[in-house]
Design a protein. Structure first.
Length: 231
């Protein structure tokens, strides 16, 4: 498994982490439409794993599995967008929510509350919350928010997610700050979903809320992160 320099062979490293690809793919699959092929997600995630093997830098202080997990997640997200599994209506939702949160963040100097976003979008709070949770428990919408370009600048070179940004040392401090501005419940929801690979039902049991509420927290947190990074 080790070469002459005492390093793990790349092929062996990939082989050892293929089960991780499947776990991440299964975790994301349950939040996507029924016509999504698990094998397509696994294939995309495998490319992410291969990319992680090439780019991993142990001097950054991040374990390979943590680094690979985010690369796999990002690659599967790219596969979802490439095959256009996200309905157009949900993409429109993602853009409108992202713009509303960004606009209000600039005006208020902080992340807006749900009530403020709802008012800005000429909705009642109940209508806004239903909108957040409509797209298959809101997670599809969150995927699009994570991967979308900044609404204010369509020429922006950045198209990755806030999670991908975290892998870039030049952005690490900004992302950590953006996450720190989230409410404690939003931070917990993101941590349990992306790092602990818990599903919405499990997160809801921990937080004492329904799955729909978890999805709303998820979408809102992602929109806040994007707005903070854009600012």
């Amino acid at each position: 498994m080790y070469n002459a320099q005492g390093k793990i062979n790349d092929n062996d490293l990939i082989e050892a982490h293929l089960p991780l690809v499947r776990r991440v793919a299964l975790h994301m699959r349950v939040q996507l439409p029924g016509n999504v092929d698990l094998d397509d997600l696994i294939q995309g995630g495998t490319f992410g794993l291969m990319d992680a093997v090439k780019k991993y830098d142990p001097t950054k202080g991040t374990s390979f599995e943590s680094y690979a997990r985010l690369r796999i997640h990002g690659a599967i997200l790219d596969e979802v967008r490439k095959l256009d599994w996200v309905p157009r209506r949900y993409r429109r939702m993602a853009r409108e929510i992202s713009k509303a949160v960004s606009d209000l963040s600039k005006v208020l100097g902080r992340a807006p509350e749900e009530r403020e976003v709802a008012e800005h979008m000429n909705m009642t709070l109940k209508e806004y919350q239903l909108w957040l949770g409509e797209s298959n428990n809101g997670v599809i919408l969150s995927y699009d928010l994570l991967g979308a370009e900044a609404v204010e600048d369509r020429s922006s070179a950045h198209t990755g997610s806030p999670l991908d940004e975290l892998l870039d040392s030049s952005k690490r401090e900004e992302v950590v700050k953006a996450i720190s501005l989230l409410s404690e419940r939003e931070q917990k929801a993101l941590g349990m979903y992306y790092l602990e690979e818990m599903n919405l039902k499990e997160i809801g049991l921990v937080l004492g809320v329904c799955e729909s509420r978890v999805s709303q927290l998820h979408v809102r947190a992602v929109a806040k992160i994007r707005a903070t990074l854009a600012a």
